[in-house]
Design a protein around this ligand. Structure first.
Ligand SMILES: [Zn+2]
Length: 515
């Protein structure tokens, strides 16, 4: 409800004020909205779950926060988060994330995943794509599906689901994906790089299905031709070809990690496709190492050399060990194929590697997305609402630090990044507006996210642009970011004065209209 200035000016009594004031006013911050071009000192008034008004001198509110000297912006939308627990999503919230979406791997059935998240509650908004990998595991290898990512990770190393599918199996895969799209899946996640024997024709059929449904696809690319000369088709060429041939919106996940030292070639391929009118979008995260299940096809001992890796390039998260030998790698892949492993791809300490990594972030239209991985507990998993986290969880530092690190490297710490600084509004666009635009044709409600405007969802981040930084590292992977003062999700504080608000679970589903 809007306050009535006339009533207050006339000396309205306290009861009238109570029903007429804003719920929250964030007062005196530097308000930045990349879409409208707003970058000015202003107050932001929130009523219910929406931004009610932005402007100078807004009237009193039931709760006020002085945010002088801070930037106030739309909360970050993470298109690539495999985190699906309250604990992990709180780490993301402390990094400014207000919407965390599982789009690359996806889940199936999505209906089950949405129900489970709603039943537990989530600190940030959540949503899911349909999962090609799980649909394939079901159709080709008979794996029963339960709406959980663990099912995908646990079956990742099994050879059977990765083989070429028969036409009947492809039909079954497409059927499962269609069902999930009809149930409101945000798009189709395609882990093509995990089943390299799947035919390029199957990929085109998936893209055609997505195009017909008006849904984007999110691809972990097949192998680069430079890394695996016998690949059925170069991973980058496959993505842009699908966009050109089917008209589908192809989103290219983490170009930094799948391209390795071929980032410039891949970005050239994408640029040409974009110039030709194809809808191809890209994302990247600012870390030289990747992380996935140790059972991944490309981590087979006999294939490590393709990427210039050795077993010692791998650090196995559940035990913290550097993998000592091919024999140990085989053992871990057999015993715990879904166990998460850090893979050293580019060297974060090498200036040339860092500069290459930054080109994946500064590329025009490139989106910041974390690829946040689930927490692996080395002690019994604590109560879901426990906070602070016991220091016994391991993940990739990108889960806790991607957005703060990207903002630091893009706008401020250019000596470290080796890249020319970009404007803060352009960096924020990569974190909020551009990811919202990837989804808004499929989900019109996304037009109210990624913007800080009257009528937008009150998903807001308040941070100090001079100090915002990641603090997580490979050795201390769950250390929260610093410099972020407040985070609101649907008008409720999830982070207040740089700490988690106990019990705050205001996250809502982001979902296409089920048919
Ligand atoms: Zn991936």
């Amino acid at each position: 409800m809007r306050h009535d200035g006339a009533l207050r000016a006339a000396g309205a009594c306290e009861t009238v004020r109570q029903v007429s004031d804003w719920d929250i006013v964030l007062r005196g911050g530097r308000v930045i909205d990349p879409e409208s071009g707003l970058d000015a000192i202003a107050d932001v008034a929130i009523e219910g779950h929406r931004v009610a008004e932005i402007g100078p001198g807004l009237g009193p509110a039931r709760a006020e926060a002085d945010v002088t000297g801070q930037v106030v912006a739309a909360g970050f939308i993470d298109l690539h988060s495999h985190v699906n627990t309250i604990a992990g999503l709180r780490l993301q919230a402390l990094d400014g994330v207000t919407t965390a979406l599982e789009l690359e791997a996806g889940v199936s059935p999505v209906r089950v995943a949405y129900q489970a998240a709603a039943a537990d509650g989530r600190p940030v908004n959540y949503g899911f794509a349909a999962s090609w990998a799980l649909a394939r595991m079901e159709a080709v290898a008979g794996v029963p599906l339960d709406g959980r990512l663990d099912t995908l990770l646990g079956n990742m190393a099994a050879a059977e689901w990765q083989r070429e599918a028969t036409p009947a199996e492809v039909t079954a895969i497409l059927g499962r994906l269609s069902d999930d799209l009809a149930d409101g899946a945000l798009g189709i996640g395609v882990l093509m790089g995990y089943a390299p024997a799947a035919s390029p024709g199957e990929y085109l059929q998936i893209a055609a299905l997505a195009a017909a449904a008006g849904a984007p696809t999110f691809t972990h690319a097949r192998d680069m031709i430079e890394l695996a000369p016998r690949t059925l088709i170069d991973g980058a060429e496959e993505i842009v070809r699908a966009a050109g041939e089917t008209g589908a919106h192809m989103h290219y996940c983490h170009v930094n990690s799948t391209s390795q030292r071929h980032i410039d070639r891949v970005l050239g391929v994408v640029s040409r496709a974009q110039a030709a009118g194809s809808r191809v979008t890209t994302e990247a995260y600012p870390y030289g190492s990747g992380m996935t299940g140790i059972g991944a096809a490309f981590l087979a001992p006999e294939r490590l050399g393709e990427r210039g890796l050795t077993p010692s390039s791998l650090t196995f998260a559940p035990t913290g060990e550097r993998v000592a030998s091919e024999e140990r790698l085989r053992e871990l892949r057999r015993d715990d194929p879904g166990g998460l492993v850090i893979i050293k791809l580019l060297d974060d300490d090498d200036p040339a590697d860092r500069a290459m990594l930054m080109r994946s972030l500064t590329f025009p239209g490139a989106i910041v997305a974390s690829d946040a991985m689930p927490l692996t507990w080395t002690s019994p998993e604590p109560d879901p609402l426990a906070w602070p986290l016991p220091g016994t969880a391991i993940t990739h530092p990108r889960a806790a630090g991607t957005f703060s690190r990207a903002l630091r490297l893009l706008t401020r710490d250019t000596q470290t990044s080796g890249a020319a600084p970009i404007r803060l509004t352009d960096a924020l666009s990569k974190c909020s507006l551009l990811p919202a635009r990837v989804l808004q044709d499929r989900v019109p409600a996304m037009r109210r996210k990624g913007r800080l405007q009257a009528g937008a969802d009150a998903d807001v981040v308040v941070f100090d642009p001079a100090t915002i930084t990641d603090r997580s590292s490979y050795a201390d992977s769950t250390r929260p970011s610093a410099g972020i003062r407040h985070v609101l999700v649907n008008g409720a504080f999830v982070v207040r004065d740089a700490d988690i608000v106990p019990g705050a679970l205001p996250g809502r589903p982001v979902r296409a209209e089920p048919r």
